[in-house]
Design a protein around this ligand. Structure first.
Ligand SMILES: NC(=O)c1ccc[n+]([C@@H]2O[C@H](COP(=O)([O-])OP(=O)(O)OC[C@H]3O[C@@H](n4cnc5c(N)ncnc54)[C@H](OP(=O)(O)O)[C@@H]3O)[C@@H](O)[C@H]2O)c1
Length: 344
């Protein structure tokens, strides 16, 4: 059975707090005057927490911001406009727990000829128990991992994420599009991916719920490395990098049991970074020339780091890709895995 690094939310929280006191080696590499005028940035889960702060920061820097959210449309976008002073902010509906919504979202981007320069895969849940979605998959599996696999494939095939490998619509003189996966350093030490239970729904309680959060971050990171391996065979075509923003004072524990929630919210509000502060390292990875053409990199806040060694194993990446393709085909008649278009 799979397991993540933490099954106790308080221990996980205290471990996160220690990160705040570590030296941030690269923090002076991002300046408030770094601009991205006219660049299209798409952020999932941008209506709250870290995603919202990212939208404000990138809008201030001149980006053309697309907030992909399942609610608070258009209120959250209006707030981002107000806080950033930019009108180049739009919202699109995307429910990552609904396969049809993912297709509609990607199809509409293609119809509207959107070309993404920076894609931030930020949305996530931390469910205390199994939650069945209409596709028959567990919500945390679908939202925190599988939806990202689907979206990336759909966007590469339809060229919303310009590339030479699947769609051949990237202008080689343009900067390489970037994908940033929002992960967590808690993935370190999670178990190998368990393919017996992969994409299968079963009931579980809070202990496995807690474990699942860090475990699915390991699965997500393995995808980041594998998709990069497949698409960037000779030169970087699209860059795929991973970041842990460190502990952030957000509403991520909203579905925890009330007592745990009250305790954690108290700790979060005193010790954790504000979303605005935590967003800086993500913005750095997303826009800095330091990451131009770089792929497979990992930042833990403003520090370069290695991910868990399992994430880099070719055999693990290959298995993950095959199993993800299989699960997608099982639940969705319109699955469109571009694995066959990659040079393997
Ligand atoms: N907070 C931390 O300490 C911390 C540390 C490391 C990594 N992270 C990561 O940072 C990312 C952002 O989390 P956060 O801390 O900012 O928490 P948050 O405020 O709860 O943000 C999560 C976002 O994901 C969205 N989301 C959830 N399910 C969705 C769905 N089915 N479809 C579309 N959007 C959905 C939420 O939308 P709704 O408002 O509609 O639910 C919300 O906008 C997550 O990937 C998290 O794992 C957080």
């Amino acid at each position: 059975m799979s397991h993540g690094r933490f099954d106790n939310p308080v221990v996980a929280t205290l471990t996160g707090i220690l990160d705040i006191f570590r030296k941030q080696d690269l923090s002076d590499r991002l300046s408030d005057t770094d601009r991205i005028d006219g660049k299209t940035c798409l952020i999932t889960g941008a209506n709250s927490g870290l995603g919202f702060a990212l939208a404000v920061d990138l809008a201030r820097r001149g980006g053309n911001i697309i907030m992909a959210c399942r609610r608070q449309i258009p209120e959250a976008g209006e707030k981002v406009k107000k806080l950033s002073g930019s009108e180049n902010v739009s919202m699109r509906h995307l429910d990552l727990s609904d396969v049809e919504s993912i297709h509609n979202f990607c199809n509409q981007l293609e119809k509207d000829s959107v070309k993404i320069d920076l894609l931030i895969l930020n949305a996530g849940v931390a469910n205390p128990k199994a939650t069945l979605t209409s596709s028959g998959l567990d919500e945390i599996f679908l939202v925190n991992y599988m939806s990202n696999f689907m979206m990336l494939n759909l966007m590469l095939v339809n060229g919303t994420l310009p590339n030479l490998t699947c769609k051949n619509n990237r202008n080689t003189n343009d900067p390489i599009p970037r994908v940033v996966f929002i992960s967590s350093d808690s993935h370190q030490g999670s178990s190998y991916i368990d393919y017996e239970e992969f994409g299968e729904f079963s009931h579980y309680g809070i202990k496995k719920g807690m474990n699942n959060y860090s475990y699915y971050k390991l699965v997500l990171n393995t995808l980041a490395v594998e998709i990069s391996r497949r698409i960037n065979t000779a030169k970087t075509d699209v860059s795929f990098n991973v970041i842990c923003p460190g502990p952030v004072n957000t509403n991520i524990v909203r579905s925890a049991p009330w007592l745990v929630r009250v305790i954690l919210r108290g700790i979060f509000s005193v010790f954790f970074q504000s979303p605005k502060k935590a967003a800086k390292a993500v913005v750095y990875m997303g826009i800095s020339p330091d990451f131009e053409g770089k792929t497979g990199a990992y930042l833990h806040m403003f520090n370069n780091k290695k991910m868990d060694p399992k994430v880099y194993l070719e055999e693990e990446g290959k298995k993950l890709w095959e199993h993800s393709s299989r699960v997608w085909k099982r639940i969705d008649d319109n699955a469109n895995v571009c694995g066959s278009q990659f040079k393997l």
